[in-house]
Design a protein. Structure first.
Length: 518
């Protein structure tokens, strides 16, 4: 009888997976060669006083923006010391040309990540490059800020900017308007020196380090990886969440007066492990942001709830519950970059994560968790064609050819970047991408909340900066709409509190919503 019951349980489990009823709805293909995104991460000497290979072993990532304002996504890729960074300009057909040298952004520092941000509100995205550096060796350039000149060139404006972070190994960078004064501030965290920097934007490419007066520094020495600024408690102010290695993650609540308070314990974000990457999204469509962190102790060492990846589910007021096990998202082996996105445009966000470590035995396939229309997730990377094997770190989303679905870039340590093009069949499904342009709010609309209602069902996404791991995703919100070919209502709530409502819109396009001046 026990054997019969087991067979019955297995049969019911197989029948419960929707993908068994027909072809799998998600499909990616390797489009690296066709795209012209020809990049390989290079080795270089370590920054003293680190041990050999420290800086290269954590890899590099990319930033995405339409920096030239021609309507498509361009890609800036970082590299190690002595090797030029690349700026791949989109040719408009899903292929790219490297113009990094001509544009003046080759850098040649020990770069890990970059962000495209309009720091001076002139309508052109500037570039911030995060470089490992050391007080003990002046050969290694510090982090840099480049002004976009609007003619496919950039000018280094770091000197006299007050932007002087120093860490032999940076953990990550994000940005937002934490004080709601209408411009973009920068938040950086360090792994090796365990330092934090909150730079307030004073205008004119000048910044003031306000970390301590704002209370933005965590208690104790934290080996920090990916930071994110997002409104996690729904009060209109962006809070700080950071994934931490060897210690507890932490959450700092924005008090609305230029200061932060550590609420990690009360909020339930004290996951103790080795967290690396971060994905923030309303994956369960209850109109508040949830948090997912990857961890490097997966596989047999993963013991839900505390010893593996972490799914922090928001109750709407900034309190989080561990629902990792219930959704089947605990294990990505040695996970790093990760992202929530709607791969098949069915209105439910899926999750992808890449993994790896220096030993070849840790070069496990990437994982793709397909959202079963709100009924948990099923791992299906091989079936989706995205079971990438490598010593992977950064994972960066973009739209290669402007067709409205999400493609992916994967970066391997001392290996080539791989372009995965989303070729999932549409099956009558639709999408909408929304960018927000601030006038009273910051120009990039960072912190804006986008609500899309179609066929009576509402989805939400906040425009945030960074996330994943060493990644600078595009500053826009992407929604799968299922079979809805029209949007009943689009609501954009800008950081200023100004709301823009649009109704009866056609789907399958990218929209730019501009904040009214008054």
């Amino acid at each position: 009888m026990r054997f019969v019951a087991l067979l019955l349980a297995l049969a019911l489990t197989v029948l419960s997976v929707p993908a068994a009823a027909g072809p799998f709805p998600v499909r990616f293909r390797d489009a690296t060669a066709a795209s012209g995104l020809d990049f390989a991460h290079h080795d270089a000497p370590p920054v003293p006083p680190l041990f050999d290979g420290q800086n290269t072993r954590f890899g590099v990532g990319a930033a995405i923006s339409d920096f030239d304002r021609d309507g498509d996504h361009d890609v800036y890729v970082c590299d190690s010391f002595g090797w030029p960074n690349a700026l791949f300009r989109n040719n408009g057909d899903g292929t790219f040309t490297d113009i990094g040298e001509e544009a003046g952004v080759a850098s040649l520092g020990y770069s890990h990540m970059a962000l495209f941000l309009d720091l001076n509100d002139d309508g052109w995205d500037d570039l911030v490059v995060l470089n490992d550096n050391s007080l003990f060796d002046s050969r290694f350039p510090g982090s840099q800020i480049y002004r976009n000149n609007g003619d496919n060139t950039f000018t280094d404006v770091t000197a006299n900017s007050g932007f002087l972070p120093v860490d032999p190994t940076f953990g990550g960078m994000t940005a937002g308007d934490y004080d709601l004064d209408g411009d973009i501030d920068l938040l950086l965290v360090g792994w090796y020196d365990r330092t934090t920097w909150l730079y307030r934007n004073e205008g004119g490419f000048t910044f003031t380090d306000v970390t301590d007066q704002a209370g933005a520094r965590p208690t104790g020495d934290r080996f920090q990886w990916t930071p994110i600024l997002a409104d996690l408690d729904g009060d209109g102010w962006q809070d700080i969440f950071v994934a931490v290695d060897f210690d507890e993650d932490y959450l700092l609540r924005n008090n609305g007066d230029g200061t932060f308070t550590d609420v990690s314990a009360a909020a339930g974000t004290l996951h103790v492990a080795n967290d690396m990457g971060v994905a923030v999204s309303d994956f369960d469509n209850d109109l508040d942001p949830d948090i997912y962190t990857t961890n490097i102790t997966g596989g047999e060492e993963c013991e839900v709830p505390s010893g593996c990846n972490m799914l922090y589910v928001n109750d709407g007021a900034g309190h989080f519950a561990d629902e990792t096990a219930g959704h089947g998202l605990g294990d990505t082996r040695w996970g790093w970059g990760t992202w929530f996105f709607d791969a098949d445009l069915d209105g439910y966000r899926d999750l992808v994560a890449v993994n790896g470590w220096t030993q070849p035995e840790w070069h496990d396939p990437a994982v793709f968790f397909h959202n079963r229309r709100g009924d948990g997730f099923v791992e299906a990377a091989r079936r989706a064609g995205i079971d990438h094997v490598g010593n992977s770190r950064a994972l960066v989303p973009l739209d290669l050819e402007g067709d409205g679905d999400v493609d992916l870039l994967v970066f391997d340590v001392l290996g080539p970047a791989t372009v995965y093009e989303n070729i999932s069949p549409r099956r009558g499904r639709h999408y909408l991408s929304v960018a927000a342009r601030g006038t009273l709010s910051n120009r990039n609309g960072i912190g804006a909340k986008i609500f899309v209602t179609a066929r009576g069902r509402t989805q939400m996404q906040e425009i945030t900066v960074g996330g994943s791991f060493y990644a600078g995703p595009p500053l826009e919100a992407h929604f799968g709409l299922g079979r809805a070919d029209r949007i009943d209502e689009l609501l954009v709530v800008f950081p200023s509190g100004i709301e823009v409502r649009l109704s009866n819109l056609s789907a399958d396009r990218r929209l730019l919503v501009v904040e009214p001046a008054d």
